[in-house]
Design a protein around this ligand. Structure first.
Ligand code: UDP
Length: 324
């Protein structure tokens, strides 16, 4: 039995990853400060092989013991959600940079393999789609808080690669693309849980901007499968991988599809970006991953369709009335 440490283990992706690890008989220690993660995400996992430590990842004293006792670390703890990032850039930058510094320094000290979760946000507003790992990052000015997220995660990636190159730390970087599924909250702005909740409540579905912007959504169990697979491959260490792969869809089409799948009569309304986020907010027009590198190294293939994803998210809302 291996002991796997998941930072951000009470978050949406962390809790699904914990479930998958427990299912194969390994043990999980989740560390989470419960700022955006929540006990309700992991309450069903409590048992002999699962432990939740409520602490911040930048608490080096606590983290040292946890890292030392782990066979493998998934570093998922981060400030998350465009709304939160725009409203609290100090917290975003400090959480993302300090936490990763602590995790990587300790992993290096105790020679523990690490998977660092990054984000498709690092491609910024590049229009060169599909995005491949070696493409340039195209970020806006520092006066626009949104880019603080991409820049802070890019620093995390630089640091991880630097540890690999200098000290041979076995580290893999996963750039997650719009991961969605049950237990994701809409509270920090994520579109799919927001649309599904609105559709089920008969409230207006809020499409920001003109709705022509597109994304490719990844069902959480597909993302988790990639996270489990990556550190099994020697060739993955020191490398960055896009993790995603659903079909591209515009946000307006997504709103219509959600309305159709939930048999909702909600109207679809358009909300200007300035009103939705902050004046001067810049959105990505298209965000689509090239996952050939991930496929080549791990044999990965996403398996859950967007329709099935919407149905499962809707089912979660039906089973947990009041979940936001
Ligand atoms: N969005 C929207 N309505 C909402 C929330 C988000 O139209 O209620 C849009 C958002 O502006 C973006 C897309 O949906 O174009 C995806 O947003 P999300 O925050 O889920 O992820 P992002 O790809 O921006 O990180």
């Amino acid at each position: 039995m291996r002991r796997i440490l998941i930072t951000g283990g009470a978050g949406f992706i962390g809790s699904h990853l914990a479930e998958a690890i427990l299912a194969v008989g390994d043990a999980v220690v989740a560390v989470d400060d419960l700022s955006t993660g929540s006990f309700r995400n992991v309450s069903h996992l409590t048992g002999e092989r699962f432990e939740l430590v409520v602490a911040s990842v930048d608490d080096a004293a606590t983290m040292e013991g946890l890292v030392r006792a782990a066979d493998l670390i998934y570093h998922l703890a981060a400030a998350v959600g465009v709304k939160l990032i725009v409203s609290d850039p100090v917290r975003t930058i400090e959480t993302n940079i300090r936490g990763t510094e602590v995790v990587l320094r300790l992993a290096n000290k105790w020679r523990r393999p690490v998977v660092v979760a990054s984000t498709s946000e690092v491609y910024g507003k590049s229009e060169r789609v599909p995005y491949a790992e070696e493409h340039d990052m195209v970020l806006g000015p520092t006066s626009h808080s949104r880019w603080a997220y991409a820049a802070s995660k890019a620093i995390d990636e630089f640091l991880a690669v630097a540890y690999y190159r200098r000290d041979g730390l076995p580290v893999v970087i996963a750039r997650l693309f719009n991961t969605v599924g049950p237990r994701q909250t809409g509270r920090y702005g994520m579109v799919l849980p927001t649309f599904v909740r609105q559709a089920l409540a008969g409230e207006p579905i809020t499409v920001y901007g003109d709705g022509h912007q597109s994304r490719a959504f990844t069902y959480v169990s597909d993302a988790v499968a990639a996270l489990l697979e990556l550190p099994r491959h020697e060739a993955a260490f020191g490398e960055v991988f896009n993790v995603g792969g659903g079909r591209e869809i515009t946000i307006m089409e997504l709103a219509r599809l959600v309305r159709e799948r939930t048999a909702s009569e909600s109207e679809i309304v358009m909300v200007p970006y300035d009103e939705a986020y902050a004046p001067g907010f810049e959105d990505m027009v298209r965000r689509v991953p090239d996952i050939s590198k991930l496929q080549r190294v791990t044999g990965y293939a996403p398996s859950v369709s967007l329709e099935e994803t919407i149905d499962r998210v809707a089912e979660h809302y039906r089973q947990h009335p009041g979940f936001v």
